[in-house]
Design a protein around this ligand. Structure first.
Ligand SMILES: Cc1cc2nc3c(=O)[nH]c(=O)nc-3n(C[C@H](O)[C@H](O)[C@H](O)COP(=O)(O)OP(=O)(O)OC[C@H]3O[C@@H](n4cnc5c(N)ncnc54)[C@H](O)[C@@H]3O)c2cc1C
Length: 365
């Protein structure tokens, strides 16, 4: 087999890089070990007629207009705007924590200024913020932390916030108004025919060939290529030379409910230690589908299964650096995406970085 560029992985990163290279006239071969395209973002209609996202709920959102324009060449997005509700002791609260969460939790009726003053009293005065626990306690004190953050984090990461880099929970805002949208990005939505249909269109070029059900390790020696883009795990590429990079994985439990609606919102978080799952997604909300039955998904974080989240800790970052140095010295080979670069990235960043890498490669050819 012969191609200009061999791409490992048909996820967001691999498909977008392939499209850009193919549109500029290069021949691209994508090798994907799964039996479908779209990687973690793939979706399909299930027996209830509900569009289910196989690897957990995905909502497109971005502040990058160029990324939005690019993707709009392949799909229309609906106007879904994501909200998340958390269930604590049988009551529902918006998250991230905002003025509504605060007033409902403390049974108050304050405005934003009042909320700020309240937390000035409640928050812990910590001089040097060393970890994610310090971040939250120094903002809102222990009560909301215990209710919404502490055990959710333990379930998600298998450690408490004091063992996580401060950057992890720094990303989560506390809002002093009633804004209950989950993302602050303006451009948001779900592809109207689903993500998998979008990926089909992205790679629909005669210059792109795809081989599914194929692990690249089994075929790489039989392929004649000039450049390689690897969106598979970087440590696996180098045969785990320095050891394995850790990932938190997810177990998904799908259930059919014989009713039109199971919950009032697409995603309900369960931040308490009483149940093993972190959230329940009811997919039909995303595309506003009308069906007699509904499909829900419970997510249970584990250490086994398809890698989901790189571990945001010092040791893993240091290990990744060793692989990165090796990668920089490997000729004509580029690493891309959440597994290739060992970092959590949203879809818009995956898209942006794939376009940038493709352009960089095009300049060298
Ligand atoms: C639970 C969850 C929810 C998320 N929700 C959102 C969200 O709401 N919004 C958002 O913007 N982002 C979200 N993301 C992030 C999103 O999933 C990523 O941005 C996206 O998956 C990155 O695409 P990728 O191509 O880099 O990786 P992947 O989708 O993982 O693609 C990598 C591909 O490489 C293939 N591969 C691996 N090893 C081999 C091999 N040996 N041989 C051949 N192929 C191989 C894999 O099968 C896979 O198809 C979420 C992530 C998770 C885990």
């Amino acid at each position: 087999m012969k191609c200009d560029v061999l791409i490992v992985g048909a996820g967001f990163s691999g498909c977008v890089a392939a499209q850009r290279l193919a549109e500029k006239g290069l021949n691209v071969l994508i090798v994907e070990k799964r039996n479908h395209i779209g990687g973690q973002c793939s979706d399909k209609l299930d027996e209830n007629g509900v569009m289910v996202q196989t690897y957990g709920p995905h909502i497109f959102h971005t502040k990058f207009e160029d990324v939005s324009e690019y993707l709009n060449r392949f799909t229309k997005f609906n106007d879904y705007k994501h909200k998340v509700i958390a269930k604590h002791k049988d009551k529902l609260y918006p998250v991230p924590i905002n003025l509504t969460t605060f007033n409902k939790f403390y049974n108050l009726n304050l405005d934003g200024e009042g909320m700020k003053e309240f937390f000035e009293d409640k928050r812990e005065k910590i001089d040097i913020i060393k970890n994610s626990r310090d971040v939250i306690l120094s903002r809102i004190g222990t009560e909301l932390y215990d209710a919404f953050i502490k055990y959710y984090t333990k379930k998600q990461w298998d450690c408490y916030p004091e063992d996580l880099d401060k950057e992890v929970l720094e990303r989560i805002p506390v809002r002093f108004d009633e804004d209950d949208y989950y993302f602050s990005n303006e451009l948001q939505g779900i592809p109207i025919n689903g993500f998998s249909e979008m990926f089909k269109k992205i790679i629909a070029s005669p210059n792109i060939q795809i081989k599914l059900n194929t692990d690249y390790k089994d075929v790489i020696n039989k392929i004649d290529y000039s450049k390689l883009i690897c969106t598979a795990p970087i440590d696996e590429f180098f045969d785990f030379k320095f050891g394995k990079l850790k990932y938190r994985a997810l177990k998904f439990i799908l259930e059919t409910k014989d009713k039109e609606l199971f919950q009032e919102n697409s995603v309900v978080n369960y931040p308490g230690p009483d149940v093993p799952y972190t959230r329940i997604t009811e997919f039909k909300h995303f595309l506003n589908q009308k069906t007699d039955k509904t499909t829900i998904m419970k997510e249970i974080p584990t250490w086994e299964g398809v890698p989901a989240y790189p571990i945001p800790q010092k040791e893993t970052k240091e290990l990744f650096k060793k692989y990165q140095e090796l990668a920089e010295n490997t000729k004509d080979t580029y690493f891309l995406g959440r597994l290739g670069r060992y970092k959590y990235i949203n879809m818009d960043v995956a898209c942006k970085e794939a376009l940038e890498l493709a352009d960089e490669i095009l300049e060298t050819i």
